[in-house]
Design a protein around this ligand. Structure first.
Ligand SMILES: Nc1ncnc2c1ncn2[C@@H]1O[C@H](COP(=O)(O)OP(=O)(O)OP(=O)(O)O)[C@@H](O)[C@H]1O
Ligand SMILES: [Mg+2]
Length: 145
């Protein structure tokens, strides 16, 4: 499925719709991988998902800190939103300091991961995959596989 968001408002509306479509599995965390070039909208999407799930603090890019964890107010679905940016990583083992495997075992976790290609060898688990493309007219394509 591909969606064209002509502006940030449409983009955020789509992210919000996506957030509302997610339900936890009984076993594992929900992993959502966000792929696309620099500036394509991966962080913007995460911010809008966080807002839709009730996060009030400002969501900033974890490019330098690798990971940010936000507690979700409505704990009926997910307890935590975990935002990881793997841009600076080189291989799956670089996720070990984040205890990624342990995070993946908690069904209360919703994990949004930017630059999954960097750590592909650690991602043998099923995930939802979202792809972003910035188009020449400033719009964004969002596609789900
Ligand atoms: N139609 C649009 N939809 C979404 N974002 C848009 C749109 N038009 C412009 N933007 C802007 O594009 C930028 C997307 O940047 P963002 O930080 O989300 O990219 P990113 O994919 O996370 O990049 P990086 O790989 O550097 O982390 C934001 O500044 C956002 O405001
Ligand atoms: Mg980003």
């Amino acid at each position: 499925m591909e969606i064209i968001a002509r502006n940030l408002a449409e983009f955020e509306a789509e992210a919000s719709r996506f957030a509302g479509s997610l339900t936890p599995s009984s076993q594992n965390a929900m992993l959502v991988t966000l792929s696309g070039e620099l500036g394509a909208g991966k962080t913007a999407f995460t911010k809008a998902v966080a807002r839709a799930l009730g996060v009030e603090e400002i969501v900033t890019s974890p490019t330098f800190v690798l990971e940010k964890i936000y507690l979700l107010p409505d704990k009926k679905l997910f307890k935590r939103l975990i935002h990881i940016d793997a841009y600076r990583l080189e291989k799956g083992a670089d996720l070990i300091p984040l205890c990624f495997d342990k995070l993946m075992q908690d069904s209360g976790n919703l994990i949004l991961l930017e630059w999954p290609e960097r750590v592909a060898d650690a991602l043998l688990v099923p995930s939802k995959k979202v792809f972003f493309t910035a188009r020449s007219d400033g719009s964004r394509s969002i596609s789900y596989d």
